[in-house]
Design a protein around this ligand. Structure first.
Ligand SMILES: Cc1cc2nc3c(=O)[nH]c(=O)nc-3n(C[C@H](O)[C@H](O)[C@H](O)COP(=O)(O)OP(=O)(O)OC[C@H]3O[C@@H](n4cnc5c(N)ncnc54)[C@H](O)[C@@H]3O)c2cc1C
Length: 388
């Protein structure tokens, strides 16, 4: 593959793929991004945390490979001596389980250990000794990442991929893609809202939550929708030494951020598509999240929500995992989306894999075949138990 690749969507998946195409294969991409300010892009609104505690081998391996990249991102994405700093903070995830969830926690732990993830399974007493500020009422056990999990600045990651891809020859165009055209079983060109046409030798749909209408034009029913998730910014006098990202059995999560914390939980009621991002559910915080946090960490009784934001999960309603690979039935057309809350942590390994598939026609680094769009056609879900 030597021609130009059209990438629709310049979020972290599109930008990472453009970078790996140029850096590893000498292939140039034209990335078509309708909003270069990234106001609604999931990559700019993410909680940007990374874990190894999944239940499927492919997700664990993707996050481990991506973590390796994030640890050396300063070297990988340096441009003219300027090294990106993404503030990677490795403090672990803590998954807490009630008695009803303990078997699943143990089963997941076995898969994680088999993949080399440094995760400890802790009894309540051991948890209490490690984290004295935690209320272990109703908790039967927890799994704690002892390394290689934490959080980072996702917007800096996106900008670093973009900047380095451009330095290596990729072009980012401000362009709203409206139509994708295919002839004789291959995608040939796209047409934008302003009438411009872009031709390419291959095409990647990486338009996040907005990918499905584009894929439909290629005859593929992509099960990806936009599901709003609220994140609350918290000020608290609580001192929580060694605080990891904590996932409570109620579904609430929190982690340190700067001098305070951020937190969230699943939406109340129906998880509807395309809810406006401006409509933050403040009642969710008051009635659901805060009580759950204050129960788990008594020192959180005194916290205050000082802000909030919302972004869209590019939610894969089929099996909540990334959909990565060739569009079924078409030559030189590819998809990378649908990560449902774990896409920014997997972007380096996904971008690397997509670049291999596009440039070489095969995976060389990590085999991403389990994420193939073909599984949707064949109705073979990839079941991941640890979706947050
Ligand atoms: C609140 C929240 C918390 C999250 N927390 C985590 C986390 O802790 N860890 C984690 O790994 N992941 C997390 N995620 C998920 C993660 O942020 C996403 O999986 C990831 O950012 C998806 O990147 P993307 O490039 O596919 O999509 P996006 O970043 O949304 O990029 C897609 C781009 O395509 C553009 N576009 C769309 N349609 C068109 C078109 N027709 N023409 C041109 N351009 C178009 C859009 O403008 C957008 O910029 C979270 C997401 C949210 C919302």
């Amino acid at each position: 593959m030597t021609g130009r690749v059209l990438v629709v969507g310049g979020g972290v998946i599109g930008a990472a793929t453009a970078y790996f195409l140029a850096a590893r294969h000498g292939v140039r991409a034209t990335v078509l991004e309708r909003d270069p300010t990234y106001r609604c892009a999931s990559s700019a609104l993410s909680a940007s945390s990374i874990r190894q505690q999944f239940s499927t081998e492919i997700n664990i391996r993707l996050s481990r490979a991506s973590l390796d990249f994030y640890r050396r991102i300063g070297d990988e994405l340096a441009v003219e001596g300027s090294r990106p700093d993404i503030g990677l903070t490795e403090r672990g995830y803590l998954f807490l389980a009630t008695a009803a969830g303990l078997d699943v926690l143990r089963a997941n732990h076995a898969v994680q250990r088999a993949c080399g993830a440094p995760v400890s399974l802790l009894e309540p007493a051991a948890l209490q000794a490690r984290l004295p500020w935690l209320n272990i009422d109703g908790i039967a056990g927890g799994s704690l990442g002892e390394g290689g999990e934490g959080w980072f600045d996702g917007y800096s990651v996106l900008q670093a991929f973009r900047r380095t891809a451009i330095a290596l020859g990729a072009v980012f165009e401000s362009a709203d893609v409206q139509q994708i055209r295919s002839e004789n079983g291959r995608a040939t060109h796209v047409r934008c809202a302003d009438g411009r046409r872009f031709d390419g030798d291959a095409l990647l749909i990486a338009a996040g939550a907005w990918s499905a209408p584009l894929a439909a034009q290629l005859g593929f029913a992509l099960p990806v929708v936009a599901r709003k998730r609220d994140v609350f910014v918290l000020a608290s006098p609580a001192e929580l030494p060694g605080c990891p990202l904590v996932i409570d059995p109620s579904g609430a999560w929190f982690r340190p951020e700067g001098r305070g914390f951020i937190a969230g939980c699943p939406p109340r009621g129906d998880d509807v598509d395309d809810a406006p991002l401006e409509a933050i559910d403040h009642g969710l915080f008051e009635e659901v999240l805060w009580p759950a946090l204050a129960h788990r960490v008594p020192a959180f009784e005194a916290l205050r929500a000082t802000g909030a934001w919302a972004g869209y999960y590019e939610y894969n309603s089929f099996d909540q995992n990334g959909i990565v690979g060739a569009v079924p039935g078409l030559a030189k057309a590819f998809i990378g989306c649908g990560f449902s809350g774990h896409g920014i942590q997997q972007a380096p390994a996904v971008g690397c894999g997509l670049a291999e598939l596009i440039a070489l026609g095969r995976y060389d680094s990590l085999d991403l075949a389990p994420l193939s769009p073909q599984r949707i056609v064949e109705r073979r879900p990839l079941l991941e138990r640890n979706v947050i």
